[in-house]
Ligand binder design. Sequence first.
Ligand code: ARG
Length: 465
Amino acid sequence: MTDPKTDANTMWGGRFASGPDAIMTAINASIGFDQRLYAQDIAGSRAHAAMLAATGILSPNDAEAIGQGLLTVLSEIETGKFTFRADLEDIHLNVESRLTEIVGEPGKRLHTARSRNDQVATDFRLWVRDQCDAAISSLTALMQAFVAQADKGADWVMPGFTHLQVAQPVTWGHHMLAYVEMLARDRSRFQDARNRMNECPLGAAALAGTSFPIDRAMTAKALGFDRPTANSLDSVSDRDFALEFLSASSICAMHLSRFAEELVIWSSAQFRFVRLSDRWTTGSSIMPQKKNPDAAELLRAKLGRILGATVALFTVMKGLALTYSKDMQEDKEQLFDAADTLMLSLAAMTGMVTDMTANRDTLAAAAASGFSTATDLADWLVRALGLPFREAHHVTGSLVALAEHKGCDLPDLTLAELQTAHSGITQEVYAVLGVQNSVRSRISYGGTAPDLVRAQVARWQATLK
Ligand code: ARG
């Protein structure tokens, strides 16, 4: 909206003799992306108008006209009838300007006792708060998918790895529940961030508060905040709530990328630990045999984008003197993208985990290979023969070397062969060389024994329902 006499902006152009350069409009306008805040912006304005009436700052008639007019604007936007204008910079001025076209004079009174600085801080908090809620419920669904896998294969054996080398046998259920623990911490990070950000900046006005007798507790309550923010300068300056959301998102995306990598490895022809469903894989246009784990690969990559947004916002905020600076308009686009990316990633991972099938036999065969029960043998030497662990480690190492030399696994060695390393070894040792016994013996709290896994599955099922 421009003033026909000067070509200056009628929302703020009183002291301007000319309008902005076209390139200035292009770099300055945020409406191209902050229109995503329309619902929050209108909710904030409705709460503000109702409060202005309740405190006698606006007449009940004006407030009523504003409240109704804002609903009209809302429905125009939602039905695609609204024209967003770059010359009106952002969502706040677009909404206010259209409101004034619809209701006339009262529309011009809406901006009493507020500023776009507290407006945008409020709108953005409301938006990020919704995203925390969305992340929390998506994470719950993903955790349920992992728990269902764990339930199915609580006692299925598979190799546990360190350095991607076979380490000790573990259970499938235990491996699935490892991710449930990670995702539970992710969920609590979003919950913590939400709790902390749930204070209402509205009423901080430009930076110093206002001389009008506003009721900040009333607007805070109307918008579902726990309370108003306590310092007006802080209210319009900080974007730590957005950084917390992005940080929690980055950590969560890092977790997703680790399971994604495991899926890429596990679904390969060399491993065949899992079969991914056709719904989450693609073929090759030239190699007919191919079934590529594209969704897993993309999930492995998505952290790059989310962490990029996190670093970008830290970089924008670093060194900004209080209070608001236009730099802060750069807080939105990448956070929007990061949030979209996270929600899509969580949905895709939930689908993949729900649909994947573990190859129980392949897992069991792999669990028994690679001398995976060598630690069990060493522990047996300690328990049954009273060897110091360091000596038992050495004896076992020599038997691993022997088996490797013979091209067999530890349980394939004869008793006579075992006794070459230590004469005290008896027939009983074979019990601990089997992978089933190995996992069953890992009963320390948090260990991989099937009974413990079943108890953890039950705990999560109760927690998540
Ligand atoms: N579009 C602006 C933003 O996103 C809104 C706040 C503008 N405030 C100002 N004083 N120019 O940050």
